[in-house]
Design a protein around this ligand. Structure first.
Ligand code: TRP
Length: 476
């Protein structure tokens, strides 16, 4: 071990605390909102199976790589990479990808909080509706009784048209994220995860059972797991790869940062596998929660990003207990979003602490405040700045509003670049002995890992990057 003078003194209190926090980071809007949306739009089974292959062949080796860098480095992402590079006699410039990651995490949390704000608003609507149902003596009635489908859909447009409302919910969500991160690793992030993740799993299982009883789970399972390979177009593969990176929180040094708070103990292999398996199970369960409800009411699974906000509330209206379960549904998404947004804000915050020497509250306030302002630009893009196209000069983003530009640029450019550099660094530069001793892998597992991270990951991620940037390669 090299000198540990700049090491953070903070850390997880146990191995299970790290696992809960890392699963909490992975499980988020990506699982419950983005995955069903993409699976629905891409026609189901073939997408899902290809996605699972991406998670285990590309995602898992990358998870292990990031956790390794953090555990070996014991400080913020930039410092950790620099330390691993020094121990491997590689150039210190590799640390740049930690900085790019911190910037990407900062940009992602800015719009993530805006979207989570919508969820908060819907939790409020459904909560108010539930209270009314209870007051009316009929707590198990359907949601939003008496509203037409048009009226329900109108709620989303009305929300987008109101900058004040969007700002308010964004403020509340970002404030909560900032508060937890400012409290620190063990008394903030870890505590949030240990309360919220069990609550999340109870809600998830409850809602899956509800969907199974009240909805059409047979049709949902057939939709999600019966592959129609003709639907596996290059675009679908590309979006499945990108979704695997996003869902596992890869490419922005998030798991480097969380890994750096692992104090001792080996066994990074099983821990990483658990994170990947848990995240994938949650995505599949989210599909098995949402689609039975969608099919039961005869709605369109390919509705796109509004599936969760317009389609589902309508479905909950026609189902018994819909007022209650609709409310619980939005609470579930909210819980998942909080444990993810804290992991995002933690990356730049740790950078400020480790590289700039700021106190934790100061660093959290600077980046949380900055991301809040950035998020305001994103939400104004739905109303007063609806015509603004930040990267309009670039054909890829020519017709993309502010939020989607930040989302698209981070997801299509920064995340794959981060993952590409991580795989090259680990596959080709990092010292073998350091890798072996820090991860504690068996020789066989180590060999497989090295093969995947050195060959398959760079290749596959380079393809996502190239086709993401130049969609014409795919013939679109
Ligand atoms: N994985 C989270 C989700 O699925 C989002 C997230 C958290 C994330 N940390 C990240 C995405 C880091 C990319 C990079 O919602």
């Amino acid at each position: 071990m090299v000198a540990t003078t700049t090491s953070t003194s903070e850390g997880w209190s146990s191995r299970s605390a790290f696992i809960l926090a890392a699963v909490g980071a992975a499980v988020g809007l990506g699982n419950i909102w983005r995955f069903p949306t993409l699976a629905g739009e891409s026609g189901g089974g073939a997408f899902v199976i290809f996605y699972i292959a991406c998670v285990f062949l590309l995602g898992l080796p990358l998870v292990l790589s990031e956790v390794f860098i953090g555990k070996a480095g014991q400080t913020d992402a930039v410092g950790s990479i620099r330390r691993v590079a020094a121990q491997s006699k590689a150039s210190p410039s590799w640390a740049i990808f930690g900085g790019v990651g911190a910037l990407a995490a900062f940009l992602i949390v800015s719009f993530y909080s805006v979207v989570a704000g919508w969820v908060l608003y819907y939790a409020g609507i459904m909560g108010g509706d539930l209270v009314q149902a209870i007051l009316a003596g009929d707590p198990f009635r359907g949601a939003l009784a008496g509203e037409s489908q048009d009226q329900i859909q109108q709620r989303l447009s009305d929300m987008f048209a109101s900058p004040g409302l969007l700002l308010g919910v964004h403020f509340v969500f970002m404030g909560l994220t900032l508060y937890i991160v400012a409290r620190g690793v063990s008394s903030g992030i870890e505590k949030a995860a240990t309360y919220l993740m069990p609550m999340f799993f109870v809600l998830l299982v409850g809602l899956v059972l509800y969907g199974a009883i009240e909805g059409d789970i047979g049709q949902a399972a057939a939709f999600l797991f019966t592959p129609d390979w003709s639907k596996l177009t290059p675009q679908v593969m590309n979006s499945a790869l990108g979704q695997a990176l996003f869902s596992l929180s890869l490419g922005v040094a998030g798991l480097i940062t969380y890994g750096s708070y692992i104090k001792e103990g080996s066994g990074l292999g099983p821990t990483s596998a658990l994170i990947a398996v848990a995240d994938t199970c949650v995505a599949l369960l989210a599909g098995l929660m949402i689609f039975p409800i969608v099919f039961a009411v005869g709605l369109d699974p390919a509705a796109g990003p509004t599936l969760v906000f317009q389609t589902l509330p309508f479905a909950f209206q026609t189902m018994p207990g819909g007022a209650l379960f609709g409310f619980l549904f939005f609470v579930l998404i909210l819980v998942a979003a909080v444990t993810s947004s804290i992991s995002l804000l933690e990356v730049p915050t740790a950078w400020g602490i480790g590289e700039r020497g700021w106190s934790r509250p100061k660093s959290a306030l600077i980046f949380g405040g900055g991301a809040f302002l950035m998020g305001i630009a994103c939400l104004l893009g739905y109303n007063v700045w609806a015509d603004v196209r930040p990267l309009g000069f670039w054909s890829l983003f020519a017709d993309t509003d502010i939020l989607d530009t930040v989302d698209g640029f981070t997801g299509k450019v920064m995340l794959p670049v981060g993952a590409l550099l991580t795989s090259i660094f680990i596959g080709w530069k990092a010292d073998k002995n350091l890798l072996l001793t820090t991860t504690g892998l068996s020789p066989l597992a180590f060999g497989i890992w090295r093969f995947l991270i050195a060959w398959l990951c760079p290749l596959a991620v380079a393809i996502i990057l190239a086709t993401g940037l130049f969609p014409s390669i795919l013939g679109t």
